[in-house]
Design a protein around this ligand. Structure first.
Ligand code: ADP
Length: 251
């Protein structure tokens, strides 16, 4: 979050945002499951200006061995931003930010994966950000959860993630690039829609108590909308797979 250039208006007189959205409106979101042949489960997601692939492998024996947990599986997310995903070329390879996002995403997903079923195993999810606008940690986590489900990994619920925030003293949902850069608060959150359990909550900037309540309510509601889109993507994938099986039987 940087200082806003003088005269820049993120919310207009009608209360609309620079891209015409209402404060509680998501950017357009499209999700497709089962898009990569080589992975056990996968997802492609477009969300505003973000384009994300997630590929899931496992459960499989955890390597290196010293990472193995004899009581449960390790869930490991590897978040990576492509060098061409942002306007100034990003230096390739891991950095502090990608390590942090990988860690918080792993911890969020570990809450829903039934890790106790697979001692000494690893479940790895590679998240590749192909194009970044803002909110890539939420987009990556939302895609990773679909890839896990697509891989048939037993889970107690899904994970849907979105950021709320504060822009020009207005609580807003799903911040755009300008809002993320020049807004006052960024508040990424991930929930399990089946239980409303919160598995990720971060905050950069300030909220009053009432604003925090408003942001939380907005994000919770949006997470359910996101979950509907995740579910529809998985249903479509399995309907297509079932259809293929039927055709094979007929031959
Ligand atoms: P998130 O993507 O979850 O919002 P940040 O708030 O850290 O995470 O980043 C906000 C945005 O800043 C990203 O979505 C991306 O568009 C941009 N960004 C992040 N890292 C870089 C980088 N190394 N170079 C250029 N832009 C970046």
């Amino acid at each position: 979050m940087a200082n806003k250039p003088e005269g820049m208006q993120l919310i207009d007189k009608k209360g609309l945002r620079m891209d015409g959205r209402k404060p509680d409106q998501l950017r357009p979101l499209k999700i497709e499951a089962g898009v990569l042949k080589q992975a056990d489960g996968s997802c492609y997601l477009e969300w505003g200006g973000n384009k994300v692939y997630a590929a899931c492998y496992g459960p499989r024996e955890c390597h290196p061995r010293h990472d193995q947990d004899p009581t449960k599986a390790r869930v490991r997310v590897y978040y990576n931003m492509a060098p061409f995903s942002v306007s100034d070329r990003k230096r390739p390879g891991p950095d502090r930010r990608s390590k942090e996002i990988s860690k918080i995403s792993s911890e969020a997903l570990e809450q829903v994966v039934r890790v106790g079923l697979y001692p000494k195993n690893a479940i790895d999810i590679f998240v590749e950000i192909i194009e970044a606008e803002a909110g890539t940690r939420c987009a990556g986590l939302t895609a990773a959860a679909v890839a896990l489900a697509d891989a048939g990994i037993p889970m107690t619920g899904m994970v849907a993630s979105v950021a709320a925030g504060k822009v020009d003293d207005t609580v807003c949902l799903d911040l755009s690039r300008e809002e993320d850069n020049f807004g006052q608060t960024d508040f990424p959150i991930a929930i399990v829609p089946q239980t409303n359990e919160i598995v990720l909550l971060q905050q950069d900037g300030h909220f009053t108590h009432d604003e925090l309540d408003e942001a939380l309510e907005m994000a919770m509601k949006a997470a359910h909308e996101i979950h509907d889109i995740q579910r529809a993507a998985l249903l479509k994938r399995y309907e297509a797979a079932a259809h293929d099986d039927d055709e094979e039987e007929d031959e």
